[in-house]
Design a protein around this ligand. Structure first.
Ligand code: UP6
Length: 265
């Protein structure tokens, strides 16, 4: 899987959003996802505008935005269009089908109305996918939207074991809802083999290996070449830089060069 180009894998993707993302990455030449973990809407919009030209995906946690509004989403969507990146709400859904359906479609955030992609834990089993699909209108379930399933976490001491990973892989690759699965959030290419899925790997930073709260970091080269990531997620590595635009450019260049090396070998 890791030797194939993003273009060739677009043809193998069962999810329409995954296909779109593979093609976007190839044409824009970026495999960088920015984790826009800021608490003010304007700060997120500002960083999205600055880093937009360098990213394929912008990842949000809208539940800690202090001044969330519909206007924020309208502006975020127009930046995504202008700079050509997709939006992912990292909601990490983990409840019964009926509840995740409500959390995805309703409430203040109405996530399904704007996020191209969301993340979900596989803990509840397949019903998490069925629940999320149920929040979407008939017909558009698998076309416009997609899910990344968590099969591993970067937090030290997390409880995910090999059996859980194996079963998460089955949920991502077998059954009636595979057209809704765009990829897997994990730390290693050993977690799954199907080349039509994208591997999203958080915990990327150039100069530090841990934070104070259990986060474990690897370098851009390591996650792409040793861990098999297709998209590297960078939050504080960019957010805390004195020049965020330049930092985004550096991460973009290093992640992309690592990918080009990987497919050339
Ligand atoms: N994230 C992880 N590890 C996981 C899953 N998700 O770090 O296993 C998310 C976090 C955060 C981002 O919720 O938004 O990726 C990492 O941010 P950082 O680069 O600032 O550590």
């Amino acid at each position: 899987r890791t030797k194939l180009t993003y273009e060739s894998r677009a043809n193998l993707a069962k999810s329409a959003v995954a296909k779109r993302l593979f093609n976007l990455m190839a044409s824009k030449q970026t495999n960088l996802c920015l984790a826009a973990d800021l608490t003010k809407a304007d700060d997120i919009l500002d960083i999205a505008d600055k880093c937009g030209p360098h990213i394929c995906l912008l990842k949000t946690h809208v539940d800690f935005v202090e001044d969330f509004s519909e206007g924020f989403i309208t502006n975020l969507k127009s930046l995504a269009k202008r700079h050509n990146f997709l939006l992912m709400e990292d909601r990490k859904f983990a409840d019964i089908g009926n509840t995740v359906s409500l959390q995805y479609g309703k409430g203040i955030y109405k996530i399904s109305s704007w996020a191209d992609l969301v993340t979900a834990h596989t803990l509840p089993g397949r019903s998490v996918l069925q629940g999320l699909k149920a929040a979407l209108g008939p017909g558009d379930a698998s076309k416009e939207r997609g899910v990344f399933l968590l099969a591993e976490m970067s937090a030290s001491g997390n409880l995910i074991d090999d059996k859980y990973k194996e079963n998460s892989n089955k949920i991502a690759t077998e059954g009636a809802d595979v057209d809704f699965v765009a990829g897997v959030v994990c730390q290693s290419s050993k977690t799954f083999a199907f080349p039509g899925l994208l591997q999203l790997t958080p915990g990327v930073k150039i100069d530090e290996s841990v934070d104070k709260l259990g986060q474990q970091y690897q370098t851009p080269e390591h996650v792409i070449q040793e861990r098999g990531a297709d998209i590297g997620v960078v939050g504080r590595g960019i957010l805390q830089a004195s020049n965020v635009e330049q930092a985004a450019q550096t991460y973009r260049d290093r992640l992309w060069a690592a990918y080009k090396d990987r497919v050339a070998k």
